[in-house]
Design a protein around this ligand. Structure first.
Ligand code: SAH
Length: 260
């Protein structure tokens, strides 16, 4: 009988943003493989004495899956700690397939994505009634090609909230694709670097035409989320369409309509 491999979302950086279930697994783990460049080592403070802890920073995918398989043969609980949520740009399926082939049981524990942490850092909302009710999580084409129909200029034509991962060194492309989709040069952009990392988070705001220079001046070239949205800065708007959920005339399962 081999052990089980748990793919656990470690959250965006602040070690306290792991889920309770994720932390319990870290405590129980006989072996932990963590993505060293992105997962705070502080997350390992809950590991028990004698737990095998390994940084995957310098490992290939093959070495990672070999390690997980080997640990699952000797331990009961093996944890692969992933940054943010394991289902977003996390090579999850590439790691699960070899484990499936080896007959090892796997499970995934979701995590707080850096998209959510970045928006929270800026006290922003992803959705606002009657402005946008849709969020696109994407990236622009770098070394990984984008599938047909998913270029930023095509996606941005919807004018929804867009969180752009893995693209901070491609801001020029982000700018030109948004403009091609009809976004104005003045559209507000927020870039968050190291969202939620204690003492390291940086928030840069500016119009689309200037954001690249602003990020350059602040030397932001990695671990950053680009957020564009028609609701950025809504906190400052003098008037909002209020969410119907809290409208006294809107009843739902937990509240009856009030007599006005
Ligand atoms: N699974 C992760 C994403 C991994 S891809 C998640 O759900 O967040 C790595 C990219 O995520 C980085 O290039 C950056 O765009 C973003 N990222 C990761 N951590 C971040 C953080 N703390 N703040 C801002 N962006 C972050």
């Amino acid at each position: 009988m081999s052990g089980k491999v748990w793919f656990v979302g470690a959250g965006p950086g602040d070690p306290d943003l792991i889920t309770v279930k994720g932390r319990d697994l870290v405590e129980r783990a006989d072996a932990i493989l963590y993505a060293g460049s992105l997962v705070s080592e502080a997350a390992m403070r809950w590991a028990k004495d004698g737990c095998q802890i390994q940084d995957s920073k310098g490992m290939t995918l093959q070495e990672i899956t070999d390690w997980l398989i080997q640990q699952a043969h000797s331990g009961e609980t093996v944890v692969r700690l992933q940054t943010g949520d394991p289902g977003l740009y996390g090579a999850l399926v590439e790691m699960v397939q070899p484990l499936d082939r080896a007959g090892i049981e796997v499970a995934v524990i979701p995590g707080v994505s850096s998209a959510m942490a970045s928006v929270a850092a800026g006290v922003e909302t992803l959705t606002l009634p009657e402005v946008t009710q849709t969020v696109i999580l994407t990236r622009v084409e770098g070394r990984t090609p984008m599938p047909e129909g998913e270029s930023l200029s095509e996606l941005a034509a919807h004018h929804t909230t867009i969180c752009i991962f893995l693209s901070i060194t491609l801001l020029k492309k982000v700018q030109s694709e948004l403009v091609a989709a009809g976004w104005s040069e003045e559209s507000p952009v927020m870039v968050v670097q190291k969202a939620s990392w204690p003492g390291e988070e940086k928030i840069i705001r500016g119009p689309l035409s200037e954001i690249r220079d602003l990020c350059k001046a602040e030397k932001i070239a990695s671990q950053a989320m680009i957020v564009v949205s028609p609701v950025l800065g809504a906190r400052e708007w003098p008037e909002l369409k209020k969410s119907k959920l809290y409208d006294p005339g809107f009843h739902h399962r937990f509240r009856k309509v009030k007599d006005l």
